[in-house]
Design a protein. Structure first.
Length: 221
């Protein structure tokens, strides 16, 4: 269930927002002024609906204050129609505007679109593509030409470490310490065997793991 933080100093609008979005399956947290919004940020909303003209602390000030700490979309609800007001809103970190009086269905559609986009971007950010090799760091899976390749836990961790630091050279000792830990019983020669297995499984894509003779290994695209 997605969570909305809705802020407006007009009780009727706040009630409308709460009723509409709860009927449509959202959890709704309400705030009646700017300072109330700041106090409820800790509830980690998926999106924030922020009235611009609130007493005590206006929506622009609230957005500027919280933007450093929250990454979710922020939509301004406002009666203002001047371009300079919109520019101000975008400059402090807002993502969209909806002008009052607004269609509640249009607002609902915009909220849904922003949440879809936010989660799509989050999912994509956890996947990297290297030619025909794709690595899903969240699911801990690797595919070549669309076919999933099975890797042992340590093999995947080596690939993850090297690919997340693409182009950087690491010697066997550094890789061993990173993957097995400083207190592990064994030696760095095990890294060589794991690299051999990784290359065998990657087959035609094995060149991603490049040996830098006399130094170590690096991941290339």
């Amino acid at each position: 269930m997605y969570r909305i933080l809705a802020a407006d100093d007009e009780p009727d609008i706040l009630s409308l927002l709460k009723d509409y979005f709860e009927i449509n399956g959202y959890e709704v947290i309400t705030a009646k002024n700017g300072r109330d919004v700041i106090g409820k940020i800790k509830k980690n909303p998926d999106i924030i609906l922020l009235d611009v003209n609130m007493p005590d602390m206006d929506g622009f000030s609230v957005c500027k204050t919280i933007r450093e700490y929250v990454s979710c979309p922020i939509l301004f609800l406002t009666a203002m129609t001047e371009d300079y007001e919109k520019i101000t809103g975008f400059s402090v970190g807002g993502d969209d505007y909806i002008i009052k009086p607004f269609s509640i269905d249009e607002l609902g559609a915009r909220v849904a679109a922003h949440i879809r986009r936010e989660h799509r971007e989050t999912a994509v950010s956890n996947i990297r593509f290297f030619n025909e090799t794709s690595i899903d760091y969240s699911a801990k899976t690797i595919s070549v030409k669309g076919e999933k390749i099975e890797f042992a836990k340590k093999e995947f961790e080596i690939i993850e470490f090297l690919s997340m630091n693409m182009g950087q050279v690491f010697d066997k000792e550094r890789i061993y310490e990173k993957i097995w830990g400083y207190d592990a019983e064994g030696n760095a020669s095990v890294v060589t065997e794991h690299i051999r297995r990784i290359r065998a499984k990657l087959a035609s894509e094995a060149y991603h793991v490049e040996t830098v003779w006399g130094i170590g290994y690096k991941w290339i695209k």
